[in-house]
Design a protein around this ligand. Structure first.
Ligand code: ADP
Ligand code: ASP
Ligand code: MG
Length: 430
C-alpha cells in the first residue's frame, strides 16, 4: 500500500476531543497499512483570533511578524495531534513547514510554493512514523524567512506534499460531506457532487467557495493529483476533484462514470469591494494610467466595467472590484492620480457581494445567462455589474441580498436536493 496524504482543517480540530477523534481517524489509515502524512490547520478559529490580537496590538503589523505569529497556530495543532497519536500506541513526528521542506517565494502573507524537498518526511516514514506537517507555511528560498500561503493554505500544503511524495491522491477532511452545488451553510438543499472537474473547481474556488484553496486546485491540476474532499465527522464518500467527470476513483467499486451536468454550482463571495472612478476624460491612455497605478500598488482586480461616455461631456465612469483588504490602498493610489488624469471623484462601496454560476456545460447550452438573470430579478435583486468567462457568469449585487440571490439561482437551475438536507458538522463559518 502506498502513501496517503490527508489534510484536517481547523473546524475538524476545534478542541481536545476533536484532536483525539482526528488522531483515531489517522491511526485507522495507518492500521490499514498505509504510510500516512497529514497536513493540519490551526485549531478552530484560532488564526482569526491571532489576527484580531495582532490588530489590537498594532494598526499595521509588519508582514514578517504577522507570518511568525500566524504559523504558531499550525504548530500548536501539529504537536497536539502527534501527542494524541502516541496515546493510541503509534509514533508520530511533527514538522513545521520549513522542516518538511516546503520552499516558497518571499512574499509574506501570500507566498507561493516553489519546491518541496520532503527528505525528512521520507526518512520519518521509513522509520515507521506517522508524519504530521504544519499546514499553510513554508520557508522562503531567498530570504530564509518563514512565510504563509494565504488564508485556507493548508489545502495547498497537502496537495503539494501529495505531489512531492507521489501519492495516488490527496484527502481533504473538513466539516461538510464534500463539495456541494452551493455553500450548505446558506443553501441547506445544496446537493453533494460526486465528482467535479479541476476546471469547474478552479472557478468555484476563485469565486469564493472556500471549501478548497484556489492554489491547491491549481497545484492538483498541474501535477494531476485527484483530491477527495470529505467530512472528518462521517465516513461517507465525499467529492472527487478530478481531470474530467469520466474519471474513476481509485477505490470506486463499479468504475461508473457520470454524465456531465450543465451547471456544477453557485458560488458567492463577500470579500470584495467596488471602486468607481467618476468622470474620466474619454481619451486614449486614461484607463491604462489608472490601472498601472493599481498594478504598481500590487492590487489584483477582478471585474472591470467602463461605461460609454455621454456625447455631451466626453466623460466616462470606470468601475472595478478588488479584494476588500486592498480597498484603502487602492483609494490612496487613485487619489494621487486625480490631477494627472483629471477625473471628477472616487466612490468606494464595500457592501457588495458576488454570485457566480459555474458549469462547463454552459459552453454548449444557450440561454443560461437569461435564466440566471431572470432568477435574480425574480428574487427582487438588482444587478450592479456582470462578467463572464467560458464556463462562468458572475454578477455583483447588494451584500444583504447575496443569500436570496444564491438560493434563487440554485433553484432556477434545478440544483436543489429533494431527499436529504446537507449536513454542516462543525465550524463557525468565520
Ligand atoms: P476547513 O476548516 O476544513 O478548512 P473551511 O471553513 O475552510 O473548512 O471550508 C469548509 C466550508 O466551506 C464549509 O463549512 C462551507 O460552509 C464552505 N463552503 C463554501 N462553498 C461550499 C461548497 N460549494 N461546498 C461545500 N462547502 C462550501
Ligand atoms: N489556519 C489558516 C487559515 O485559517 C490556514 C488554513 O486553515 O488552511 O486560513
Ligand atoms: Mg479551509
Amino acid at each position: 500500500m502506498g502513501i496517503v496524504v490527508q489534510k484536517y482543517g481547523g473546524s475538524s480540530l476545534a478542541d481536545a476531543a476533536a484532536i483525539k477523534r482526528v488522531a483515531r481517524r489517522i491511526v485507522e489509515s495507518k492500521r490499514a497499512g498505509h504510510d500516512v502524512v497529514v497536513a493540519v490547520s490551526a485549531m478552530g478559529d484560532s488564526t482569526d483570533e491571532l489576527l484580531d490580537l495582532a490588530n489590537e496590538v498594532s494598526p499595521l503589523p509588519p508582514a514578517r511578524e504577522m507570518d511568525m505569529l500566524l504559523t504558531a497556530g499550525e504548530r500548536i495543532s501539529m504537536a497536539l495531534v502527534a501527542m494524541a497519536i502516541s496515546d493510541l500506541g503509534f509514533t508520530a513526528r511533527s514538522f513545521t513547514g520549513s522542516q518538511a521542506g516546503v520552499i516558497t517565494d518571499s512574499v509574506h502573507g501570500k507566498a507561493k510554493i516553489i519546491d518541496v524537498t520532503p527528505g525528512r518526511i521520507s526518512s520519518a516514514l521509513e522509520d515507521g512514523h506517522i508524519v504530521i506537517v504544519a499546514g499553510f507555511q513554508g520557508v522562503s528560498q531567498d530570504t530564509k524567512e518563514i512565510t504563509t500561503l494565504g488564508r485556507g493554505g493548508t489545502d495547498t500544503t497537502a496537495v503539494a506534499l501529495a505531489a512531492a511524495l507521489e501519492a495516488d491522491y490527496c484527502e481533504i477532511y473538513t466539516d461538510v460531506d464534500g463539495v456541494f452545488t452551493a455553500d450548505p451553510r446558506i443553501v441547506p438543499t445544496a446537493r453533494k457532487l460526486d465528482r467535479v472537474s479541476y476546471e469547474e473547481m478552479l472557478e468555484l474556488a476563485a469565486c469564493g467557495a472556500k471549501i478548497l484553496h484556489l492554489r491547491c486546485v491549481e497545484y492538483a491540476r498541474r501535477y494531476d493529483i485527484p483530491i477527495h474532499v470529505r467530512s472528518s465527522f462521517s465516513h461517507l464518500e465525499g467529492t472527487w476533484v478530478v481531470p474530467d467527470p469520466s474519471f474513476t476513483a481509485p477505490d470506486s467499486p463499479e468504475g461508473e462514470t457520470m454524465e456531465q451536468a450543465i451547471i456544477a454550482g453557485v458560488a458567492h463571495d463577500r470579500s470584495e469591494a467596488k471602486i468607481t472612478v467618476v468622470g474620466v476624460p474619454d481619451k486614449v491612455g486614461e484607463a491604462a494610467r489608472i490601472f498601472e497605478a493599481l498594478a504598481d500598488a500590487q492590487i489584483n482586480l477582478d471585474m472591470i466595467v467602463q461605461n460609454i461616455s455621454a456625447a455631451a461631456t466626453s466623460l466616462t465612469d470606470i468601475s472595478f472590484t478588488l479584494p476588500r483588504a486592498d480597498g484603502q490602498t487602492a483609494m490612496k493610489a487613485l487619489a494621487a492620480l486625480r490631477d494627472e488624469v483629471g477625473f471628477a471623484s472616487l466612490l468606494y462601496d464595500d457592501k457588495i457581494g458576488k454570485i457566480s454560476l459555474i458549469g462547463a456545460g454552459m459552453r454548449s447550452h444557450p440561454g443560461v445567462s437569461a435564466k440566471f438573470f431572470s432568477a435574480i430579478a425574480a428574487a427582487g435583486v438588482n444587478i450592479q455589474m456582470i462578467s463572464t468567462s467560458e464556463i462562468r457568469i458572475s454578477v455583483i449585487v447588494d451584500e444583504g441580498l447575496v443569500d436570496a440571490a444564491v438560493a434563487a439561482a440554485h433553484t432556477a437551475f434545478d440544483l436543489d436536493a429533494t431527499e436529504v438536507e446537507a449536513v454542516v458538522y462543525g465550524g463557525t463559518g468565520r
